[in-house]
Design a protein around this ligand. Structure first.
Ligand code: ATP
Length: 279
């Protein structure tokens, strides 16, 4: 990806009282699964933020807490301690109904497994979040969302009639139909071949560059992470490294290797526990 495709996050321009350019702020986030001898600390005091109009890749070894971070940041799981603020809303202050509304209206999700409803067409999948909110989007909005991901001519196709890359692009259109403050993507290219991955990553990049969207993406793949403006590396539930300069697949792979051989604070035994999620 050409480095010129990136842009710096701009200052807030609206006249409303937006006091921060951070769309998402995490403060002292701790997440714990299980109890007693089965207790695992999945996140161990993570503090960071995601600025408006930026693309962040979250990386780290298996079990380092990436998905837990994404789930807590997106209000899918409640952290054991710490604060998540999205678009000015402190999630801990919200009741379940308010949290559901915030997730539905202000947060877009894209998962590795697409999570489309197999009996619905592409257009019906895209409008689903608004339908669930009791709204009926104009057909032109749904068509525009599909056109934005290059699928204008596939509106009536069901997921089984679409390739993996096309299904993921439908999922992306669905994530965007509510015009969310932030899109969280968990391994969005994990099930795709390299050509389809590139298309999805270029779309995510374009959302940030052309529409000022905020994107946070978990990935194992340095090539995918190189589309981001910033890379966070997690290790053992902690923020181990973070960089914004010289983001290339090779540089990212080198930082990961460096961190693996020289973990900050020394090594810790890996967490091996299963149990009820309680983060
Ligand atoms: N439901 C659960 N019950 C118990 N422990 C869990 C649960 N989910 C995650 N964990 C543990 O929490 C830690 C962080 O898991 P998490 O899934 O966030 O890691 P990850 O970095 O996303 O891993 P991967 O790259 O393998 O998907 C791991 O030690 C994991 O075993």
């Amino acid at each position: 990806m050409p480095a010129t495709a990136r842009r710096a996050a701009g200052p807030a321009t609206g006249t409303v009282a937006v006091m921060t350019t951070d769309t998402v702020t995490l403060t002292g986030l701790r997440a714990v699964y299980g109890t007693g001898t089965r207790r695992v600390t999945a996140l161990d005091g993570v503090t960071t933020s995601f600025a408006s109009g930026t693309f962040t890749a979250v990386m780290g070894p298996s079990g380092s807490g990436k998905s837990t971070l994404l789930h807590c940041a997106a209000g899918l799981d409640r952290p054991a301690a710490g604060t998540v603020t999205i678009d000015g809303n402190r999630l801990e202050d919200l009741g379940e109904d308010e949290l559901t509304r915030l997730r539905r209206d202000r947060i877009g999700f894209v998962f590795q497994a697409f999570n489309l409803v197999s009996t619905l067409t592409a257009a019906q999948n895209v409008e689903l979040p608004l339908r669930l909110a009791g709204r009926r989007p104009p057909a032109s909005d749904v068509a525009a969302a599909l056109a934005a991901v290059g699928l204008a001519d596939r509106a009536r196709h069901r997921p089984s009639e679409l390739s993996g890359g096309e299904q993921q692009r439908v999922a992306l259109a669905r994530a965007l139909i509510t015009r969310p403050a932030v899109v969280f993507a968990d391994e969005p290219t994990g099930a795709l071949d390299s050509a389809a991955s590139r298309q999805v990553l270029r779309l995510l990049r374009a959302l940030v560059d052309d529409h000022g969207q905020t994107v946070v993406m978990v990935t194992h793949d340095p090539t995918a992470a190189a589309y981001a403006d910033r890379v966070l590396l997690l290790a053992d539930g902690r923020l181990a490294d973070e960089f914004t300069d010289g983001i290339t697949p090779a540089a990212i792979a080198a930082r990961i290797a460096e961190q693996a051989t020289d973990p900050p604070g020394g090594s810790r035994p890996p967490a091996h526990v299963a149990g009820e999620p309680s983060c």
